[in-house]
Design a protein around this ligand. Sequence first.
Ligand code: FAD
Ligand code: NDP
Ligand code: EPU
Length: 293
Amino acid sequence: MIQEIIKPLVSLGNFTTWRVGGPAEWLAEPQTIDEVKELITWSKNNNLRCQAIGAGSNLLINDQILKGITLCMKKLQGCKINNVSGSVIALGGESIPVLARRAAKAGLHGLEWSVGIPGTVGGAVVMNAGAQGNCTADRLHSVKVISIKEGKEFELTKKDLGFSYRNSVLQNEELIVLSARFELEPGHDQNELTRLTNSNLNHRLKTQPYNQPSCGSVFRNPEPLKAGQIIEGLGLKGFRIGGAEISKIHANFIVNTHHATAKDISKLISIVQKKVLDVHGFILQPEVKKIGF
Ligand SMILES: Cc1cc2nc3c(=O)[nH]c(=O)nc-3n(C[C@H](O)[C@H](O)[C@H](O)COP(=O)(O)OP(=O)(O)OC[C@H]3O[C@@H](n4cnc5c(N)ncnc54)[C@H](O)[C@@H]3O)c2cc1C
Ligand SMILES: NC(=O)C1=CN([C@@H]2O[C@H](COP(=O)(O)OP(=O)(O)OC[C@H]3O[C@@H](n4cnc5c(N)ncnc54)[C@H](OP(=O)(O)O)[C@@H]3O)[C@@H](O)[C@H]2O)C=CC1
Ligand SMILES: C=C(O[C@H]1[C@H](O)[C@@H](CO)O[C@H](OP(=O)(O)OP(=O)(O)OC[C@H]2O[C@@H](n3ccc(=O)[nH]c3=O)[C@H](O)[C@@H]2O)[C@@H]1NC(C)=O)C(=O)O
């Protein structure tokens, strides 16, 4: 019975890395593709909005009740790795760092950059997550998705996904990523790949506030400029609203120092945007996705 995994009024603060968010009217954590399908049918039958989240590592969820049913995809886990061809098929909720480490152990090169990104495969595809000059699209072959409106499953290839910097067409579609296929490079030395993943992570630990709740970079970089550099230049490091603070380590991170609310974070985002507009004449575009506003 699908009803058994549908829970009322679950705090979404426990489902985001910012530790912020009000209760979901309904929340479910599907573990299989069949459960995802049944949940979509349930939401349609009950005339409820249905939306998917991954590990909540790029989300600002409002403090009020989030209407409808939220599907947290983190438990839809599993992957098949072909050491010889380099083909990797992972379910949408598989953790990106876990997948990257598994691929490295199988001697497959191509995901070492992603080990510090605390998201899921689905979230990485939707966001086209990236680091150190790489991005998810680079090694992606195709995804299997299901439409929330019709409950229909189909495949989209990389060229259908309209990838650009931290962007894909999936950000504007009512589709859930069920799985993704990556084509990695086989035959690499696994010790060297593991050394690279660890060195990438160590670099992050030095440059980003990893031990405080955050959503990573709040704003996209207005290339060729860097949002962190601009915000630091305005003297905003350490500036706070309520429990939300512009990180003293990296100015493009907002950290939750003490019971921050979505309202605190939203206000801080607006203040930064206004100061940047006043001084530099352009609006910094948020990377973080807002839900329930
Ligand atoms: C400490 C830290 C470091 C970070 N470093 C980086 C970095 O270096 N590079 C980078 O790009 N990002 C980084 N991020 C941001 C974040 O981890 C990425 O954007 C990540 O890809 C989000 O994945 P997620 O599963 O958490 O998605 P969520 O934040 O849960 O969701 C993001 C968007 O994807 C949608 N979504 C999620 N899963 C699915 C699915 N299965 N089907 C359909 N839609 C879905 C959601 O609705 C939402 O619109 C960092 C975050 C933190 C906290
Ligand atoms: N600032 C923030 O808001 C947040 C930051 N983070 C950071 O993001 C990064 C990714 O987090 P997360 O998604 O939890 O994934 P992690 O990379 O921490 O863990 C994923 C998997 O990798 C294994 N692992 C971790 N480090 C090593 C290592 N040195 N050698 C071998 N295996 C290892 C873990 O094993 P095991 O379980 O045995 O440790 C786990 O199975 C982490 O650095 C984490 O600290 C995460 C969440 C929020
Ligand atoms: C964390 C994220 O991704 C990160 C990704 O991890 C890193 C590493 O590749 O590169 C991007 O950050 P970034 O451009 O801020 O990279 P960094 O190398 O930290 O900084 C760029 C430049 O800005 C300067 N900088 C940074 C922070 C700061 O407070 N002050 C400052 O002057 C740095 O000295 C450096 O010269 C991604 N951010 C964006 C918006 O593209 C994310 O998207 O959530």
